[in-house]
Design a protein around this ligand. Structure first.
Ligand SMILES: *Cc1c(COP(=O)(O)O)cnc(C)c1O
Length: 365
């Protein structure tokens, strides 16, 4: 199967793009992968394969800011609907699924809040509804969480985040878990119906358990052209070489920062799932016992405006919304599901003493 997958999915010669596809498929425990120009492009490939006009997905309501825009606005021009549900309450997904719902979409670790999703509970709901569960694993990476092992059918990545690791490349990935039956009840015509552009071939029959990846390539990537450049693939591959080391450091630093904030009198609340007593602590122990990722959120006692001022006083943290890189970032989220004045940190791989010193001086004022 692996040999077939390589012949069919990539060019005969191993270029960096097919090397990256093979590597991420292996790391995620999937059967095949397809690289795309960005995380957003990877999402588009997936949804295009699953939805026709008039159909919808149920998506977690804590998706990263960039995903919410396209999901709720741009998708309208494709005739695609999005219903949102809180990942904190898996039964909300069951309640939101209608006859035209074609997938559930969640993040393993939420971009906005760092919350951990109960992937297994949501996967069971998807299975009962006979729709695939799509998990955005950009902020966990397979080092911390492998969603396919917990029942996810498809995994997507923005490789510009932790996989690349240095904010120096763009890219997205789709990983096919290989376990979904695309031919049941003809509900997914891209895979289950004869394709006129390929002489009536039924992709789900022709390509077996890696037909979703093949379909993303043949019916999505080829037509839309949102391909990953070989150079970005090369940068992502070199980033992945150091993924375990960086993830260990991200998690160690984030835990140290979260503990420091939790003990600070200017801080009202801290959200980091690895912290004792955090509302996601049990889920973190189950899904990512090696660490809860880089996102730490907190709120100040002194109210809404103070968060923005605090972020401006930080020197080491850059004020940028791109999470998951080697350098630490801080943003003031004026309005979030967490609270009206959350500060969201993405903790990098600097020396944790320097990060804590910077936060201390900013909190002192
Ligand atoms: C950044 C991000 C995306 C979007 O990816 P791009 O590569 O910027 O298109 C999607 N999902 C998550 C969780 C992200 O953090």
């Amino acid at each position: 199967m692996a040999i077939h997958a390589r012949r069919l999915l990539g060019p005969g010669m191993m270029n960096p793009v097919s090397a990256l596809e093979e590597r991420i498929a292996a790391l995620e425990g999937g059967v095949a992968a397809v690289a795309a120009a960005s995380g957003r492009a990877a999402q588009l490939l997936v949804f295009h394969m699953l939805m026709a006009p008039g159909e919808d997905i149920v998506a977690a309501n804590k998706l990263d800011g960039g995903s919410i825009g396209p999901l709720s606005h741009a998708f309208k021009s494709f005739g695609w609907g999005v219903t949102s549900a809180s990942p904190d309450d898996p039964s909300a997904f069951a309640a939101a699924i209608g006859p035209k719902t074609k997938a559930i979409f969640i993040e393993s670790i939420a971009h906005r809040s760092g919350a951990i999703a109960d992937i297994e509970a949501i996967a069971q709901i998807a299975k009962a509804a006979r729709i695939p569960l799509v998990v955005d694993n950009a902020l966990a990476t397979p080092y911390l969480i492998r969603p396919i092992e917990h029942g996810a059918d498809i995994v997507v990545h923005s490789s510009a985040k932790l996989l690349g690791g240095h904010g120096h490349c763009a890219g997205g990935l789709v990983i096919d878990g290989g376990g979904f039956d695309w031919l049941q009840d003809q509900r997914y015509p891209m895979l289950a119906a004869p394709r006129p552009e390929y002489d009536g071939m039924v992709l789900g029959q022709a390509f077996g358990n890696f037909s979703f990846a093949v379909a993303c390539r043949m019916l999505g990537l080829r037509d839309f052209g949102a391909a990953l450049s070989p150079f970005d693939a090369f940068l992502t591959l070199s980033g992945i070489e150091t993924l375990p080391l960086r993830m260990q450091r991200h998690c160690e630093n984030a835990m140290a920062v979260a503990e420091c904030l939790a003990g600070h009198r200017a801080v009202r609340w801290v959200a980091y799932p690895a912290l004792q007593g955090d509302r996601y602590h049990e889920l973190a122990q189950k899904y990512c016992p090696d660490g809860a990722g880089a996102v730490v959120a907190f709120g100040l006692r002194s109210g809404e405006a103070a968060g923005g001022a605090l972020v401006r006083r930080l020197n080491l943290f850059s004020r940028c919304a791109e999470v998951g890189g080697a350098r630490s970032l801080a943003v003031h989220l004026a309005s979030t599901t967490l609270s009206p004045s959350a500060v969201r940190l993405s903790i990098g791989i600097e020396d944790k003493k320097d990060l804590i010193a910077d936060l201390d001086q900013a909190l002192a004022t």
